[in-house]
Design a protein around this ligand. Structure first.
Ligand SMILES: Nc1ncnc2c1ncn2[C@@H]1O[C@H](COP(=O)(O)OP(=O)(O)OP(=O)(O)O)[C@@H](O)[C@H]1O
Ligand SMILES: [Mg+2]
Length: 426
C-alpha cells in the first residue's frame, strides 16, 4: 500500500518512463532491452523516492508564540517608560513603567491628556513630519522633581488613514540620579577649593605682613608663625580627610573579613579623648558589659568612626557637661544574626530636625564658623557613613533642641563558625 507521501515518487518515475517510451516509439527505436530497462528504471525510481521523507519546514507563524504577547512581555520588562502612539498621538501601548510615571495615561486616548509637555508634543509633530527621530527633555515636578531624556523615534509603519498604526515610539530615560551626582561633584569641587582657599589666603596674608610691616617685630613674628602653623595643619587635615574618604569609597564594596573587638576600640578612643574632655570640663565615660564585642571590621576605619562621634559630642555637645559612650548586644529578630550597638550621647544644645538628614553630606555643618573654629572640616560624618556602608552598618542620629543628641552605630555581630572557633582555640 502506498501512502500519500509515496505516491508522487511513483507518479514521477512512471511519467519519466512514459516520456522515454513514447519518444522511442515515435522514432521507431523501441526494443525489448529498452522496455526492460524502462521497467527497471520505473521500479528503482519509485522505490528510491519512497524512502525520502518530505523536508521539515518551519511551523507556520500562527503555531509559534503570539508575536504581540512577546512584544508585550518585552515592553513590561523594560524598566524605563516606553509609549507607542499613532500619527494622531493617540496612545496604543504603554509599559508598566510609563503607567507608573503617568498614572492618568489611558490607551486609545490622546497622549496630551496625560503628558502635558509642549516640548515633547512638538517633538512628536516634528518626527511625524520629517520621519527623523529626535531627543528632548521632560521635567516633572510632582510628587518630586524628576528629569527625563525623551527619545522620540519614528516607526516605519504604513500610515493608516484613520490612524491606529504605531507610528511613533517614546522612550524616556530617567536623568534624575545622574543629574544629582553631577551636582554633587560640582558642589564637592567648589567646597573643597573653598575650604582650602580660606587657610591659604590667611597664610599668604601673614607671609606678606612678615615680609613688610612686621619685618622687625619679633613678638608679632612669633604670634603670626603660631597662626600660620595652625592654618597649615588645617590644610593638611583637610587633605588627609579627603584622601581617606576616597580610599574608603574605593573599598566600599569589599567587606572586611577580620574580627575586631569594638568594645576595645571604644575604650581606646575614650581614653584618647580624656585630655580634650578635661580641657572642656566634660565628664566622658564609657560603659560596656565588660566582655568583647566582636565585629568583622577594619580597625583603623572603626577607630575613625568612634573618634569622630566622641569628638563631635565633646566639641558640639560638651556644654551639657556629660558625654556617655555605651555598647550593647542586640538580639536579631526572627533568627537573624545579632548586632552590636554603640551609642554616643551628649546633653548639649542638640540639632534642629531639618539639619539631621544632611549631616552626612560632605562639608555640611550646622554652624560653619563654630565648626571651623574648632578645626572641623565637615567631612567627619561623611567618612562615618562610608565606613559604615562598607561594614554593613547603620547610623542613626536622634536629637532634640535643648535636650542633647544620641548617635547610634550598629554593626553585624561576629559569631565565629563552631569549626573555626575550635581550630582557633587549639
Ligand atoms: N553631637 C552633636 N551635637 C550638635 N551638633 C553636632 C553634633 N555632632 C555633629 N554636629 C553637627 O554636625 C556637623 C557635621 O559633623 P562632622 O563630624 O561631619 O563635621 P565636623 O565635626 O564639623 O568636622 P570634622 O569631623 O571633619 O572635624 C558639625 O559641624 C556640627 O554642626
Ligand atoms: Mg566631626
Amino acid at each position: 500500500m502506498t501512502t500519500a507521501s509515496e505516491r508522487p515518487a511513483w507518479i514521477g518515475a512512471a511519467a519519466a518512463v512514459a516520456v522515454i517510451v513514447v519518444g522511442e516509439t515515435v522514432t521507431g527505436a523501441l526494443d525489448t532491452a529498452l522496455i526492460a530497462s524502462s521497467a527497471l528504471a520505473l521500479l528503482v525510481g519509485g522505490l528510491l523516492g519512497r524512502g525520502r521523507r518530505p523536508a521539515i519546514l518551519p511551523p507556520p507563524a500562527s503555531e509559534g508564540p503570539d508575536r504581540p504577547a512577546v512584544a508585550e512581555a518585552l515592553l513590561a520588562n523594560i524598566p524605563d517608560p516606553v509609549i507607542l502612539i499613532d500619527r494622531r498621538a493617540v496612545v496604543l501601548e504603554a509599559n508598566p513603567a510609563a503607567r507608573r510615571l503617568l498614572p492618568s495615561l489611558k490607551l486609545r486616548h490622546p497622549l496630551s491628556f496625560s503628558l502635558r509637555a509642549p516640548d515633547v508634543l512638538d517633538g512628536i509633530d516634528e518626527v511625524l513630519r520629517t520621519g527623523q527621530s529626535l531627543r528632548t527633555t521632560y521635567v516633572t515636578r510632582v510628587p518630586t522633581e524628576r528629569a527625563f531624556e525623551v527619545q522620540i523615534g519614528a516607526l516605519p509603519m504604513p500610515d493608516l488613514p484613520g490612524g491606529g498604526a504605531p507610528n511613533v515610539v517614546l522612550f524616556l530615560r530617567d536623568l534624575t540620579e545622574a543629574r544629582r551626582l553631577e551636582a554633587m561633584r560640582v558642589d564637592f569641587v567648589a567646597n573643597a577649593s573653598h575650604e582650602l582657599r580660606t587657610p591659604l589666603s590667611a597664610l599668604l596674608g601673614f607671609i606678606e605682613t612678615l615680609q613688610g610691616p612686621a619685618r622687625d617685630d619679633a613678638r608679632a613674628r612669633e604670634r603670626f608663625l603660631g597662626i600660620m602653623r595652625s592654618q597649615a595643619q588645617r590644610m593638611t587635615r583637610l587633605i588627609d580627610d579627603l584622601l581617606s574618604l576616597s580610599r574608603i569609597e574605593l573599598r566600599e564594596h569589599v567587606a572586611p573579613t577580620k574580627p575586631v573587638d569594638l568594645a576595645r576600640i571604644a575604650r581606646q578612643m575614650v581614653d584618647m579623648h580624656a585630655p580634650l574632655a578635661r580641657e572642656r570640663g566634660v565628664a566622658l565615660a564609657v560603659e560596656t558589659s565588660g566582655g568583647p564585642m566582636p565585629v568583622l571590621g577594619d580597625r583603623d576605619e572603626l577607630l575613625r568612626v568612634i573618634e569622630n562621634l566622641v569628638e563631635n559630642a565633646v566639641k558640639y555637645g560638651g556644654s551639657g557637661g556629660t558625654v556617655a559612650v555605651s555598647l550593647h548586644s542586640v538580639e536579631g529578630a526572627e533568627g537573624r544574626p545579632g548586632r552590636v550597638e554603640l551609642r554616643v550621647r551628649d546633653e548639649g544644645p542638640g540639632i534642629a530636625p531639618e539639619h539631621i538628614p544632611r549631616l552626612t553630606e560632605r562639608f555640611y555643618r550646622v554652624d560653619v564658623a563654630s565648626s571651623r573654629q574648632q578645626g572641623g572640616t565637615g567631612l567627619g560624618l561623611a567618612i562615618v557613613k562610608h565606613v559604615l556602608n562598607r561594614h554593613r552598618g547603620r547610623l542613626t542620629i536622634e536629637s532634640e533642641l535643648g535636650a542633647g543628641t544620641t548617635v547610634r552605630v550598629s554593626l553585624p555581630e561576629y559569631r565565629p563558625e563552631p569549626a573555626a572557633s575550635a581550630a582557633q582555640s587549639e
